[in-house]
Design a binder for this molecule. Structure first.
Ligand code: FES
Ligand SMILES: [Fe+2]
Length: 370
């Protein structure tokens, strides 16, 4: 079946601009981990849809503001995660919980704003939804309910699984030279694992774990009728889980030796190996052929200290990175060969999820709403 996507969709600046506005400007996008925003003045920064964002614990409530000082656009917070009051480093403006300046040093002497101008100063604020420990932001002035994007059953599962996260997190990000959609499509495509990861990932997969057995059927018109909620879902694969001593030191989520995958449209792949360890991978668009891949990795909540837990997290991150590097090499090669006159992809039945992604993508980019 001929793909709805053209090669230009992965190359064009114009398409990239439309995605930023109509996907990333309208959808709920994963933005931060709530357990890292629990302390007063703790914060996280992100860029979504080209907008620099700040999530700040304001008196116990997590708020999302544009991360730009109203004076001269200096970012109010600089690090990915941290703990610091909402005060600009450039000229010392301090903000209140609603994003209005509460103190402007020298306001009457050197700024001399009149009352009307001073009263109008307020940071742009965006909608926030917390699902367990996952914090989502929506840039839209009239955001759709998050239940319009993720089904009630999935939201419940996400809240339960992420509720098991430990507070010690390793967070990192790297850049890759391909379009962000290629990476989300790649994680939806379980068929590539045996070819690209024969030694790193494939040995842990149990044969006949259902990925190849349960081939979807496609009824006529079904792809056209799919809904936004159909793009985000949970899958499980039976996995060879080696028992490690540290497993006894955490409150594992569930009891099954499975590899959980939560695909969260448009750009998150959330994994758990047997409920002991969790990884959130996010594919953030930087340019048509440039993606930033973010990682947050943590164990299940510790019930007692794990000696050298930082080294444990680092070792797991390196293992995940080794698998990802195999994808990056392949996807960068794929991207490098794309050209506007090239042929569209040919999907098989097993790629139903990709076809549904593309149908919704076309709808969202081409028309109002979904
Ligand atoms: S830019 Fe923030 S106080 Fe001047
Ligand atoms: Fe892969």
């Amino acid at each position: 079946m001929l793909s709805l996507m053209s090669q230009s969709d992965y190359l064009s600046d114009e398409v990239f601009g439309l995605e930023q506005e109509r996907l990333f400007g309208r959808l709920w996008i994963f933005a931060a981990l709530k357990q890292l925003l629990a302390r007063p003045d703790s914060f996280a920064t992100r860029t979504i849809g080209g907008v620099p964002l700040l999530l700040q614990n304001c008196g116990g409530v997590i708020r999302a503001f544009e991360n730009q000082c109203l004076h001269r656009q200096m970012p109010l917070q600089w690090e990915d995660y941290g703990e610091r009051p909402l005060v600009c480093r450039y000229h010392g403006w301090a903000y209140d919980d609603q994003g209005a300046p509460r103190h402007i040093p020298g306001r009457d002497e050197i700024y001399r704003y009149d009352e009307a101008e001073a009263g109008s100063l307020r940071l742009r604020q965006f909608a926030v939804e917390c699902v367990g420990n996952l914090v989502f932001v929506n840039l839209d002035e009239n955001p759709m309910p998050i239940s319009g994007q993720f089904s009630a059953g999935l939201l419940e599962r996400l809240a339960a699984v992420s509720g098991a996260f430990d507070n010690e997190v390793i967070h990192s990000r790297i850049a890759a030279k391909y379009n962000w959609k290629l990476n989300f499509e790649n994680v939806l495509d379980g068929n590539h694992v045996r070819y690209l990861h024969p030694r790193t990932f494939m040995p842990f997969m149990q044969p006949g774990n259902g990925k190849e057995a349960a081939l979807p059927s496609i009824d006529p018109g079904e792809i056209d009728k799919c809904r936004l909620q159909d793009l985000s879902y949970e899958s499980r694969a039976v996995f060879k889980v080696a028992k490690r001593p540290w497993h006894d030191n955490v409150e594992r989520f569930g009891t099954e030796d499975v590899y959980y995958n939560f695909f969260l449209y448009p750009n998150v792949n959330f994994i758990s190996v047997a409920g002991n360890i969790f990884l959130i991978q996010q594919f953030n668009p930087l340019a048509p052929a440039k993606t930033e891949i973010g990682f947050s990795l943590m164990t299940a909540r510790k019930r007692r200290r794990i000696p050298a837990s930082a080294a444990l997290l680092w070792a797991h991150l390196c293992g995940e990175k080794a698998v990802l590097d195999e994808d990056i090499i392949a996807l960068e090669a794929l991207q490098a060969g794309l050209h506007p006159g090239g042929q569209a992809a040919r999907h098989g039945v097993y790629e139903k999820q990709l076809m549904m992604n593309h149908a919704i993508y076309r709808r969202m980019l081409g028309a109002e709403g979904t």
